[in-house]
Design a protein around this ligand. Structure first.
Ligand code: OFO
Length: 179
């Protein structure tokens, strides 16, 4: 049986993962409108991953004999100054998610709910990967700038990541989209 404080925090996290899914889908729409099809595909895949993160929590709550509650969600932003601005927001968002996951883990520890504490370790590892990937993307963008062929190759590489293929050059040694 989940303690009320733990259940409340799990429901909040369900909302955040769902919001992440909406955010990345909306960002994918912006990229497609700019002709950045690789970025759009990457963000769409990422949106689906966030949906699966939400469902994992949703199912855990159900399996713990409680009813998950999806909170009301804000509308995600749909205008960005540039693709760099967009990926800066992705990185900031992932850092916030890490902070919330850590808070949630702390709550389970204080409540001595070691089942949920253990369940959440997957999210701790996942956030480490996601933050690293978002940082790598941002670093590459800062390196290549926003003009000319650099952006074209960057977009092509994000498309490869979305298809689970190896990026050609920009991401050698970088993160893993499926991590
Ligand atoms: Fe990218 O956040 Fe889910 O966990």
């Amino acid at each position: 049986m989940l303690k009320p404080k733990v259940l409340e925090k799990l429901n909040e996290q369900i909302g955040r993962e769902l919001y992440s899914s909406h955010l990345y889908l909306q960002m994918s729409g912006w990229c497609a409108a700019q002709g950045l099809d690789g970025c759009a595909a990457f963000l769409r895949t990422h949106s689906q991953e966030e949906m699966s993160h939400m469902l994992r929590l949703f199912d855990y709550v159900q399996q713990s004999d409680a009813q998950p509650l999806i909170p009301a969600l804000d509308q995600p932003p749909h205008e960005f100054e540039s693709v760099k601005d967009l990926f800066r927001q992705v990185h900031e968002h992932e850092k916030s998610i890490t902070g919330w996951i850590n808070e949630l883990v702390q709550t389970t520890f204080e409540a001595q709910d070691y089942f949920t504490f253990n369940f959440l370790q997957w999210y701790v590892a996942e956030q480490h990967e996601e933050e690293a990937l978002a940082r790598t993307i941002l670093d590459r963008l800062e390196l290549i700038g926003l003009e000319g062929r650099g952006l074209y190759f960057f977009d092509a590489d994000l498309g490869r990541l979305a298809r689970g293929e190896k990026p050609e050059s920009l991401f050698s040694g970088g993160g893993d989209q499926n991590a």
